[in-house]
Design a protein around this ligand. Sequence first.
Ligand SMILES: NC(=O)c1ccc[n+]([C@@H]2O[C@H](COP(=O)([O-])OP(=O)(O)OC[C@H]3O[C@@H](n4cnc5c(N)ncnc54)[C@H](O)[C@@H]3O)[C@@H](O)[C@H]2O)c1
Length: 256
Amino acid sequence: MRFKDKIVVITGAASGMGLAAARKFAAEGATVALNDLKPESLEAAVGSIREAGGNAVAIAGDVADEAVAEASIREVVDRLGRVDVLVNNAGVSTIQPATDYAVWRRTMAINLDAPFYWSRAAATLTMIPNRSGAIVNVSSNAGFAAFPGDVGYIASKHGVTGLTKALAVEWAQYGIRVNCLCPGLTETNMIKQMETLDANRFVERRRRIPMGRIGKPEEQADAMLFLASGEASYVTGLIMNNDGGQMALYSGFSPN
Ligand SMILES: NC(=O)c1ccc[n+]([C@@H]2O[C@H](COP(=O)([O-])OP(=O)(O)OC[C@H]3O[C@@H](n4cnc5c(N)ncnc54)[C@H](O)[C@@H]3O)[C@@H](O)[C@H]2O)c1
C-alpha cells in the first residue's frame, strides 16, 4: 500500500498503460482521477477500478486544452483536497511522411503541450503550496532515437525528455520530483492501431528486442509507480528506459 490515501491524476487513462497504472495505484491505496478524451470509455475504466474495490473518479476532457488542464486539476483539488502524483501519459501516434505531415500541431499539442499544461497546473494549484509532489511524464524510445514516418511523435517525445529535466531542476526546491518513463514497444491499442495502418510496421523492431518479446502495459505501470513512490525519493530528472533492452542494442545488430 505504497500510495495509501494519496491522490493520483493520470491522463489518457481509459486504456493501455494509463489504465494499467490507474488500477495499480488504486490497488495500492490511492484515489485515482482518470482523464481521457471519451467519457464512455473513461466511465468503463472508472467502473472497473471501483468494482475491484478501488477509489476512482473521472475527469474527462481533451488533455491538450490548456483550460481543461487547469479546470481538471482544480476540480481534483476541490473534491479530493490535493494532488500528490501526476502521470502525464496521454499520447498519440500516426504514420505519415514528413513531407506530407498534416498532424504536427495536434501531435505536439497532445504529446508535449499537455504535459506542460498539466504539470504547471498541478504545481501551482497544489504541489508548490504543499511543498510536495511527484510527476511522471511518459516519453518513449522515440525520445532518444528516430524512426521514419512520424516526425511529430519523434519531436514531441524528445521534447518530453527536455521538459522533464527543465521542471526537475526548477521545482526540486519545492519538493517536487519530475521523472520520465520511456517505454519500448508495449502491447496496447496504440500499437494495434499502427499495425492496422501498416501490418509490417513493427516486424523488424519486434525481432530486435533483446528480451525477445514486446512489453506489457502492466510492466510500464510498475515503472510509473516506482518513479512516483517514496522508493524513488531521491530520484528526479531521470529519463528511464523500460524496454527489454531495445535502446541498449547497437543499431544495425540483431540481438542474437
Ligand atoms: N505502446 C507503446 O509501444 C508505447 C511506446 C512508447 C511510448 N508510449 C506512450 O505511452 C503512452 C500511453 O500510450 P498507450 O500505448 O497506453 O496507448 P493507448 O492508445 O492505449 O492509450 C493512450 C490514451 O490516451 C488517450 N488520449 C489520446 N488523445 C487524448 C486527448 N487529446 N485527451 C485525453 N486523452 C487522450 C487515448 O484515448 C488513450 O486512452 C503514450 O504517451 C504513448 O506515446 C507507448
